[in-house]
Write a protein that binds this ligand. Structure first.
Ligand SMILES: Cc1cc2nc3c(=O)[nH]c(=O)nc-3n(C[C@H](O)[C@H](O)[C@H](O)COP(=O)(O)OP(=O)(O)OC[C@H]3O[C@@H](n4cnc5c(N)ncnc54)[C@H](O)[C@@H]3O)c2cc1C
Length: 405
């Protein structure tokens, strides 16, 4: 097989897929409209790395646990290879939002019996000690969690097998098509940017821009993070979450947030959103930010690529034109696909946790290898799921609300 692929998008999704295929000897042309990797949703100063347990150990929880473990192995491998990935395993304290949530957190730990090095429930006093600040509830303590600089992860992914990857930055793909067995990416003037047998769409919230993927129910969720000037020795020295998060000081700035609004395309920083983040910070660490004025804060706005079931989209793109909406349901394995066209998207608020395993899964699917996840999880993230019978109305509804928004 001619092992060449185009990847559109140099964020966490695209850089992870490119790295995994490059590791297998593939030649990649990586295209991004920005002038460097990790400038979109993947450009925050820092985000949180931790699993997301649930009482019923649902698919989201299973996927996130597997991804968390995979991510740490991937990060260790990047670091061992000398790549300048910036992250720290400070531990993550996920405080309960109220007494009832605290009871649920306890039951999860009792029921699932995780190794204490992975997760344990800590009472309020111990939680306060860990945070270095008095907190209102106990919570989950993930000693192996921490913060990650996502743009540094994108850069490290792309540098690891740099000889295999040809980046094309400041280059916007306006159109894609398939001709003589090759996928082609064209710019706004119709000029050919690249062609290859495989095309991987990792262009986040713009993922529905192309006709072949217009049926995917992707939405963008605006998120604003606030940056607090902070001394390196100040508390907290760990990541603390409670319907929001606050990181340790990184290069003199602590990140806290974030807001979440769907159908909101405003890319400018808003004082009202900083005020919302300060209120979240007060919920996490009562009184911590009481001296801070929202109007004086800096921060960053990003747009999370969101799918309606909150699971990512990883795999071969279905041929929507060949699917009869009134046909009875059939297995995903029989879904008609567009040969050579793949998507890695829908990371929502979990891209830092999911991207490494998602990249590996996509590379396995492209290369025809056994996936690193059980079949039910592979199916759960299959982008073809949105064209299964019974989902059509919801998909159309989501598409309509996107247009209305
Ligand atoms: C405020 C906020 C806080 C977050 N916190 C966390 C967290 O704590 N933990 C966590 O795990 N995750 C977190 N996330 C989520 C995570 O950052 C995202 O899931 C992830 O960055 C998405 O990566 P991506 O590669 O899909 O998208 P992006 O990073 O946006 O990359 C898409 C790229 O495609 C390019 N592109 C688009 N269209 C085209 C085109 N036509 N031609 C060329 N290039 C194109 C864009 O320029 C962009 O660089 C957070 C996100 C936000 C916004």
């Amino acid at each position: 097989m001619n092992r060449r692929a185009i990847v559109i998008g140099a964020g966490l999704a695209g850089s992870s897929a490119a790295e995994r295929l490059a590791a297998r000897g593939w030649k990649i042309t990586l295209i991004d409209a920005a002038d460097a990797p990790g400038q979109g949703a993947s450009g925050n100063l820092a985000g949180v790395l931790r699993p997301l347990p649930s009482l019923d150990d649902n698919r989201l929880a299973q996927l996130t646990r597997a991804s968390f473990e995979h991510a740490r192995r991937h990060f260790a491998a990047l670091t061992a290879a000398g790549q300048p990935l910036r992250w720290a395993q400070t531990g993550v304290l996920h405080l309960a939002r109220d007494d009832s949530h605290e009871a649920t957190q306890r039951r999860v730990v009792e029921r699932q019996q995780p190794a204490p090095g992975e997760l344990r429930f800590v009472e309020r006093d111990e939680a306060s000690e860990l945070a270095g600040w008095p907190v209102a509830n106990g919570g989950w303590w993930f000693p192996g969690g921490g913060w990650v600089d996502p743009a540094s992860l994108c850069r490290a992914n792309l540098a690891r097998h740099a000889a295999q990857i040809t980046p094309r930055y400041a280059c916007q793909v306006a159109q894609i098509d398939r001709h003589a067995g090759l996928w082609r990416a064209h710019d706004g003037a119709g000029a050919l940017i690249a062609e290859a047998p495989v095309l991987i769409l990792a262009n986040a919230a713009a993922g529905r821009h192309f006709a072949a993927t217009a049926h995917l129910p992707l939405r963008a969720a605006r998120g604003q993070v606030s940056h607090l000037v902070a001394d390196a020795a100040s508390v907290p020295q760990i990541v603390v979450c409670r319907l929001g998060y606050v990181t340790p000081a990184i290069d003199g700035l602590r990140s806290t947030g974030a807001t979440f609004s769907i159908g909101d395309g405003d890319a400018t920083l808003r004082a009202a959103d900083h005020a919302e983040n300060l209120a979240k910070l007060d919920f996490i660490l009562p009184g911590y930010g009481s001296h801070i004025a929202a109007a004086e804060l800096a921060g960053r706005v990003g747009f999370r690529p969101l799918s309606p079931d909150r699971l990512p989209m990883i795999g071969a793109v279905a041929d929507a034109t060949a699917v009869d909406p009134d046909r009875p349901a059939r297995p995903l394995a029989e879904m008609p696909r567009l040969a050579g066209l793949y998507v890695i998207n829908g990371f929502g608020a979990r891209g830092i946790v999911w991207s490494a395993l998602a990249g590996e899964l996509l590379a396995c699917l492209v290369a025809g290898e056994t996936p690193p996840l059980a079949d039910d999880l592979v199916n759960a993230v299959d982008p073809g799921r949105f064209l299964l019978r019974g989902r059509n109305r919801r998909v159309r509804g989501a598409a309509r609300s996107l247009i209305d928004g």
